[in-house]
Design a protein around this ligand. Structure first.
Ligand code: SF4
Length: 203
């Protein structure tokens, strides 16, 4: 076989080379964080009550911070943060401001975040009296008001939107799982959820 014929035969035997860039569709997961300030964790429990329906959203989100995962520092570039609880201490205030700076959308998650709710019941008392009640009168051992490693209480427990801009209000004590699923699903679709008729204060 001549050289030309050999080259022609080799060329025909070789698979075609695709010189175009591979076209891979990458669907970015939505980075979601949750946190609790002065709350009872009931709102998070209601989230978990979605049970197997959590799997419907699990593939579309990346849980980057919260009590349900073990990350120590609130990360940068969070898409949506659900905040449970009122702002009651200097630590809460510092945290919520950091969260606002690092989150595209913030959701006031539950009545304590939306109105201060249960934590606000202490607002009629002086801080000294609250501390005395908790650490002295109701304590069996070590009856003393701690001076270190306890966040300093603000004068009043207040709702989250009095400290930062809030994008979505999700009331309920706790919000029902169906309302949480609706809100999260809408946010994943890039829509601000209309929650009217799906939950209410004290629901
Ligand atoms: Fe608990 Fe209700 Fe407050 Fe949620 S809104 S943290 S369930 S008291």
């Amino acid at each position: 076989m001549s050289d030309d014929k050999k080259k022609k035969a080799q060329k025909e035997a070789s698979p075609p080379v695709d010189t175009k860039e591979p076209t891979v569709t990458v669907t970015k997961k939505v980075r979601i964080a949750t946190t609790w300030l002065d709350g009872c964790s009931g709102c998070h429990m209601s989230f978990l009550d979605l049970d197997q329906r959590l799997l419907d959203v699990a593939g579309r989100i990346e849980l980057v911070y919260g009590p349900l995962v073990d990350f120590k520092e609130f990360p940068e570039g969070v898409d949506v943060t659900l905040v449970e609880g009122a702002v009651s201490s200097d630590e809460d205030e510092e945290k919520i401001k950091l969260i606002r700076n690092r989150s595209y959308l913030v959701v006031s998650f539950g009545d304590c975040a939306v109105t201060a709710n249960v934590p606000a019941m202490r607002n009629q008392f002086k801080i000294e009296d609250i501390m005395k009640r908790g650490y002295v009168e109701n304590a069996t051992f070590h009856q003393a008001i701690p001076t270190v490693e306890v966040p300093h209480l603000l004068k009043k427990a207040r709702p989250v939107h009095e400290f930062i801009n809030v994008d979505v209000f999700l009331p309920g004590c706790p919000p029902p799982p169906d309302a949480i699923l609706f809100a999260v699903s809408e946010l994943l679709e890039g829509r601000i959820p209309d929650l009217s008729g799906r939950t209410r204060f004290g629901a």
